[in-house]
Design a protein around this ligand. Structure first.
Ligand code: NDP
Length: 324
């Protein structure tokens, strides 16, 4: 495994990490979750990502049960939660958002579900237009001083709001965010590469990037239709289908254009797409998702592809998806 510093912090995360979205508590039950987490930890993964909203808290509960069962030393891994969407269907106004009340209560609930006494990383899952940023920064500062959170960050906040969080933190001597959690993959580059560019230099922020395979699309699994049991067939995730496949499935053609490059290297499309994300030095960790151990094992081997993915090949990949 390769380890990278989370921005300018001293925390070193495995360059490939593992998250629970969609899968835990839905496609993946206890036995499979155990197999996946054991495999990841065994291969050097030291960061497991979760959120209050993933299957309404069930994903955190399952991860917590399995982590306790596997008895990994607590100092051998990091675990996260994210606050904003709430952990129930139709949350009341106090059960969602980034108010001091919900940020603090959601943290407590995540600690209980995950069976840990601190979260290594705690993210504001989206910006909250109904809460002043200063209130949220203050709540995070409280949690850090209580020892319940070690590092905090944002997820999919506009750069402007992140600047504001840093301004408030500086002015009031509060703990500032050190990490952003954005989507980043071959088909979704702008925010990480352009909008956030000043954040890395100015504040030393790191990134834990999500959907490196665009929900599986970049593995090529949707190139000949939508396989039964895959993410895009999950009840309740119909909304994801068009954003992943694109109107008229045009994103599928862009992915097909990558296949000859993967074939020439003798690697899978998934490995190629994950290694491409790792080339970006501002990516602290690529968060993998997997519904089956074989997928995770294959994706973890992307690390071996990284040294072979030079600038010329990366350039060809970008041209292929842009033209496809
Ligand atoms: P990916 O884009 O890698 O998608 C993962 C899914 O793709 C798997 O569950 C599986 O779905 C399919 N897949 C993975 N590998 C393969 C393979 N080798 N061959 C075929 N199919 C494969 O990552 P995620 O979208 O899951 O994102 C990773 C993590 O990021 C999440 O678990 C979550 O922790 C975090 N995240 C954060 C968000 C945020 O807003 N902050 C938003 C989304 C995710 P299947 O088998 O069902 O088809």
């Amino acid at each position: 495994m390769l380890y990278r510093r989370l921005g300018r912090t001293g925390l070193q995360l495995s360059a490939l990490s593992f998250g629970a979205w969609v899968t835990f508590g839905r496609q993946v039950g206890r036995a499979q979750a155990r197999e996946l987490l054991a495999l990841a930890h065994d291969r050097g993964v030291n960061f497991f990502d979760n959120a209050e909203t993933y299957n309404n808290g069930v994903a955190e509960q399952l991860m917590g049960d399995v982590l306790a069962d596997l008895r990994f030393p607590r100092d051998s891994y990091c675990v996260s939660s994210k606050v904003f969407f709430g952990a129930v269907d139709k949350p009341l106004p106090t059960q969602r958002g980034l108010s001091r009340k919900h940020v603090i209560e959601a943290c407590q609930q995540a600690l209980t579900r995950l069976r840990v006494d601190h979260l290594d990383l705690y993210f504001c899952h989206r910006p909250d237009p109904d809460t002043p940023i200063a209130e949220t920064v203050g709540a995070m500062d409280t949690l850090v001083h209580q020892g319940k959170v070690l590092y905090w960050g944002t997820s999919e906040w506009p750069a402007e709001a992140i600047h504001e969080a840093h301004r408030v933190a500086r002015e009031h001597h509060l703990v500032a965010p050190v990490v952003e959690q954005p989507q980043y993959n071959l088909l979704h580059r702008e925010r990480v590469e352009v909008e956030y560019a000043p954040l890395y230099e100015t504040y030393g922020m790191g990134t834990t990037i999500w959907s490196p395979l665009a929900s599986g699309l970049l593995s090529g699994k949707y190139s000949d239709g939508v396989p039964a049991g895959s993410r895009l067939t999950q009840p309740g995730y119909e909304w994801l289908r068009e954003s992943v496949l694109g109107a008229g499935d045009q994103r599928v053609a862009r992915v097909r254009a990558l296949q000859p490059i993967a074939d020439a290297l003798g690697v899978t499309l998934a490995q190629l797409a994950i290694a491409w994300c790792l080339r970006n030095p501002h990516v602290s960790t690529v968060m993998l998702g997997a519904s089956r151990p074989e997928q995770l094992a294959q994706n973890l081997d992307a690390l071996e592809v990284l040294p072979r993915l030079d600038a010329a090949i990366a350039e060809r990949m970008q041209r292929a998806v842009d033209a496809g």
